[in-house]
Write a protein that binds this ligand. Structure first.
Ligand code: HEM
Length: 144
């Protein structure tokens, strides 16, 4: 993990500001996900109340906070969800894009409050996650 303390703190600040401005950003995150990857929308057909979508976003953000801090469980969670998701039709290539969709949505929500430094910090985190996902997918013989 190559993030500096400053980069970690910029990412945390960006997430906290999104919560201040938008409350729960789930609607915006999933609107962007389904606009970019329409073939993923039908997978959520049984999630009529949005609970699973909300829970998934919360888990992904918890993962980000863990990667910025103790790194106690995020690698294991990502590893096991990668296999679970492949099983229900989300290949590793698409799985990793969720974190990018979150970053892009947060950038839109923050508007002028989104800084170049925040952008670079998120980019560093996303490259780490992409590399980890690719490594795990190869290890378990999955198509990336
Ligand atoms: C574009 C990428 C992704 C897609 C399309 C996707 C899709 C899904 C779908 C269809 C479900 C099942 C919903 C249901 O039960 O009806 C689900 C559940 C879940 N996903 Fe994802 N997922 C993605 C990325 C991720 C990532 C990156 C994480 C990382 C933490 C994650 C964590 C979870 C968890 C923890 C659940 C269980 C939620 C629950 O049912 O309570 N997903 N996902």
């Amino acid at each position: 993990m190559s993030l500096t303390e400053e980069e970690k703190s910029l990412i945390e600040t960006s997430i906290e500001r999104v919560a201040d401005i938008a409350g729960d950003p789930a609607a915006q995150v999933y609107a962007r996900l389904f606009a970019e990857q329409p073939e993923m929308e039908p997978l959520f057909v049984l999630d009529r109340d949005g609970n699973a979508r909300g829970h998934m976003l919360a888990e992904a953000l918890d993962c980000v906070f863990d990667l910025l801090g103790p790194r106690a469980y995020a690698p294991t969670l990502i590893q096991s969800e990668l296999t679970n998701h492949d099983g229900f039709g989300v290949p590793p290539r698409v799985f990793a894009t969720f974190f990018r969709v979150v970053r892009d949505t947060f950038r839109d929500i923050l508007g002028d409050a989104w800084s170049t430094e925040m952008d670079a910090a998120w980019e560093a985190l996303l490259s780490d996650i992409d590399a980890f996902v690719e490594e795990q997918a190869k290890k378990y013989g999955m198509e990336v």
